[in-house]
Write a protein that binds this ligand. Structure first.
Ligand SMILES: Cc1cc2nc3c(=O)[nH]c(=O)nc-3n(C[C@H](O)[C@H](O)[C@H](O)COP(=O)(O)OP(=O)(O)OC[C@H]3O[C@@H](n4cnc5c(N)ncnc54)[C@H](O)[C@@H]3O)c2cc1C
Length: 484
């Protein structure tokens, strides 16, 4: 390939990370790309999900691209529809509209002869030089594998696939799960249902969210003086960076967070047995810490009962818990999370037909979260261990996007056609990470959470602070890759 031929780039997914990659390509002067999105519009998670109470659990002014602040947020934490609208607005404002192909699901990507061939659910295959996977890591609903699920006579669904056709007013409802989705769904359901059972297998650390509504005057000020948003975001960034030490075993900040969590339970929950049941037995950060202003409050209501047990079996009229209680219900809602990092969503065949899902099945590994050996010219917007915990998701997405696009640009300028990350570098990097995990509550052997695989791997989060995360990506260059 000559250095003046522009490469043809495909991005899969138009959520925050796909938009970040698109913007970065334009920012670095690359225009020959297409963003494929299976849904009818951009927004990713925020376009797809619509369960009651869905909102961001990060301050809204931080849950935005750094280059497109939003002065019009209604509150310090905002509901799903506002984030969806913000992201869809970003597409136009960032000049990405003509690059979008909606209603276009990729089914397969095959590498051969220095190109990727992408196959679609509908339409003819197309060739690309580079593929960037921005498909998100929390996408596929994970249902529990319970005996008798098909026998339930009422309605049931997963929080991801909310059934808005069923009116829950005065119904008896069971929510299976008590984590991120449940803490948002439960307060909303508690307002309308006759009776609500919330099944909690393990208690989570929950901090008060302290949501503030922004007045018209505040929004006007944010519009007039964008520096105010910048200052707010900087302050929030400082507070978020506190999480870095809060999840480090032996650090006093972990005790501080746990004491805050325990105090919140005592302040809100009246019943002592319920206080006990809600007090986590795991260290702060082993499971994703949550924020809420109304979950504990909802549990105080007469029509809501927390059951400190898991689901064992589904029967025609309800559910039997792991401690033998039989609960009757009209509706069962599974707030049971996602299949994380499910690389089998599309078939990706790299060099010599190597299958990505098989490669990632036991030990999802990548070099600095962006590329894995033998998948030439294939990048992850947020790959294994490619997510920094102590900054907003948007900052992680921007940082990874900058790194990927720089490598693509350098490749294009080099006159070569293919980059394939060096196996040895990837192995050394992952070897180093294996030694890091045990410093963190989420990475120690005794913590079982969705952050870990059954094989004891911890592929979800980057083991360390954002400063090093950013530097690592800055250091990535063509020298880390085999070129051909
Ligand atoms: C319900 C929920 C709530 C969340 N809340 C928060 C929060 O409050 N704070 C926070 O920091 N993080 C949160 N997250 C995590 C994360 O911030 C969001 O999921 C974020 O939207 C991820 O961005 P993304 O672009 O990487 O992936 P996604 O938003 O998942 O976007 C991926 C896109 O790829 C598309 N796609 C997938 N497969 C294909 C295919 N084969 N062909 C074409 N297109 C495809 C999807 O349709 C989707 O639009 C949440 C996640 C979920 C699921």
């Amino acid at each position: 390939m000559s250095s003046n031929k522009t490469m043809n780039i495909a991005i899969i997914g138009a959520g925050p990370s796909g938009i970040a990659v698109g913007r970065e390509l334009l920012h670095q002067g690359i225009t020959n790309f297409t963003i494929f999105e299976k849904e009818p519009a951009a927004g990713g998670t925020w376009q797809i999900h619509s369960y009651p109470g869905l909102a961001c659990d990060v301050w809204a002014h931080s849950y935005t691209f750094s280059y497109l602040p939003n002065p019009n947020w209604s509150a310090s934490f905002v509901p799903q529809n506002e984030i969806k609208e913000y992201l869809q607005d970003c597409v136009g404002k960032l000049g990405l509209t003509s690059h979008m192909r909606y209603n276009t699901r990729i089914t397969r990507a095959i590498f051969g002869d220095k190109h990727w061939q992408l196959e679609f659910e509908n339409g003819e295959p197309q060739q690309f030089d580079i593929v960037i996977n921005a498909m998100g890591n929390q996408h596929t609903a994970a249902y529990p594998n319970l005996k008798g699920m098909e026998t339930f006579q009422g309605a049931s669904w997963h929080s991801t696939e909310w059934n808005h056709d069923v009116d829950l007013t005065d119904k008896k409802v069971i929510v299976v799960g008590s984590a991120a989705a449940a803490v948002q769904v439960v307060p909303e359901l508690a307002k309308v249902v006759d009776q609500l059972f919330v099944l909690q297998r393990t208690a989570n650390w929950i901090m008060p969210r302290r949501r503030k509504i922004y007045s018209d005057r505040q929004r006007k000020l944010f519009n007039k003086f964008p520096i105010l948003m910048k200052a707010l975001r900087a302050g929030q960034g400082l507070l978020m960076s506190g999480i870095e030490k809060g999840v480090e075993l032996g650090h006093k900040r972990m005790d501080m967070f746990e004491n805050m969590g325990k105090k919140y339970i005592k302040d809100v929950i009246e019943d002592e047995a319920l206080q006990q049941a809600l007090t986590p037995k795991t260290r702060f950060g082993c499971k994703r810490a949550l924020v809420s202003d109304d979950f504990y409050q909802a549990l105080n209501k007469d029509n809501v009962t927390l059951i400190a047990a898991g689901a064992a079996e589904i029967v025609a009229t309800g559910l039997i818990t792991s401690d033998g209680q039989k609960l009757e219900a009209d509706v069962i809602v599974y707030c049971t999370g996602y299949k994380l990092m499910d690389f089998d969503r599309i078939e990706v065949l790299g060099a010599a037909g190597k299958n990505l899902a098989d490669t990632m099945a036991h030990s999802p590994e990548a070099f600095k979260g962006i590329a894995t050996p033998q998948f030439p010219n294939y990048f992850f917007a947020i790959g294994p261990n490619g997510l920094a915990l102590s900054v907003s998701y948007f900052i992680t997405a921007e940082t990874n996007a900058e790194c990927i696009v720089r490598v693509v640009k350098e490749l294009q300028a080099s006159g070569k056609a293919v980059v394939d990350v060096k196996q040895q570098l990837c192995d050394e990097y992952n070897q180093w990470m294996m030694g890091e995990f045990s410093q963190f509550s989420w990475g120690e052997a005794s913590c079982t959470s969705y952050y870990s695989t059954a094989d004891g791997h911890h592929p979800f989060i980057y083991p360390g602070g954002f400063k090093r995360f950013k530097q690592e990506r800055k250091d990535v260059s063509l020298q880390d890759f085999e070129l051909s």
